[in-house]
Design a protein around this ligand. Structure first.
Ligand code: BTN
Length: 260
């Protein structure tokens, strides 16, 4: 059911149009299906009060109770990015989430590649799905799950938190979405105008456990390393036994449990 369709006048890239659905399987899947049927303006947002099959990274599920939180996706056509620069999207979006949150809570970090953390707990997750044709990113669907008013998480989630738990207040999810889209628009405009190293440096500055030791799993082996940054293609740079190694998302796993 379409509840409201709002057209924002000022945003250029994210949130040019907002379509709200009471429920859908997944806002990212829904948007992808719409894109196969018709042309959709860049920045169109689909948000849902409830997702019945919310998707996370690495084939995980994204859980979010009906009506309490934000689950939304938007489409981008980033012709201004080369294929090998695709991680810049994850950086810009993570930074926008961080920009939004840092005014309300302290100890906000970006956990590589794009989880948003408050202290040692996850408050939001981002899923960027790029469709590639040849050497071009034809379309990107960015999905954000943001725990806003949740106070009671399912017990199997390892370390969740929400804006309400962190601040003791309740929020109007529609207002939160509008504000968040303003922050997204700013960062995505910076990206479109080519400020890559500026964005990358800002992202690295906010990295969870930057320059600190951490336990990782690499090839089923447990290793201690120090996070040194992220390279141009978005790989995590970790110093292990005096040598700097880089890892893609599939090659390294955080063993975060020890810090909780
Ligand atoms: C993660 O941390 O694993 C990423 C979670 C991304 C969840 C959002 S909710 C809106 C959009 N629709 C989905 O099915 N997933 C993303």
């Amino acid at each position: 059911v379409k509840l409201l369709q709002k057209y924002s006048k000022n945003r250029l890239i994210a949130g040019t149009q907002i379509i709200h659905l009471e429920h859908t399987r997944s806002t990212s899947s829904h948007l992808n299906e719409l894109l196969q049927q018709k042309n959709i303006t860049e920045g169109t947002v689909i948000s849902a009060g409830e997702q019945t099959e919310g998707r996370g990274q690495m084939g995980n599920k994204w859980y979010s109770a009906a009506g309490k939180n934000l689950t939304f996706s938007f489409v981008l056509y980033p012709q201004y990015l080369m294929l090998r620069e695709q991680f810049m999207l994850n950086m810009a979006i993570s930074l926008a989430m961080h920009d939004f949150l840092k005014r309300l809570v302290s100890d906000c970090y970006i956990k590589w590649p794009n989880d948003i953390y408050i202290s040692h707990k996850k408050i939001a997750g981002i899923l960027v799905e790029n469709s590639i044709t040849g050497e071009q990113i034809r379309q990107s669907i960015a999905g954000i799950g943001f725990n806003v008013n949740e106070t009671d998480f399912p017990p199997f989630l390892p370390n969740p938190t929400s804006l309400s738990l962190e601040t003791g207040r309740r929020y109007d999810t529609e207002e939160v979405l509008e504000e968040l889209l303003d922050f997204l628009d700013v960062r995505l405009l910076q990206l479109r105008s080519g400020k890559h190293s500026y964005l990358r440096n800002a992202y690295i500055e906010k990295l969870y456990r930057f320059e600190k030791p951490y336990l990782f799993e690499v090839n089923k082996e447990t290793l201690e390393g120090v996070i040194k940054g992220v390279d141009e293609e978005g790989r995590l740079l970790v110093e292990i036994e005096n040598s700097l190694r880089s890892f893609s998302f599939k090659e390294i796993k955080y063993l975060y449990e020890i810090w909780n």
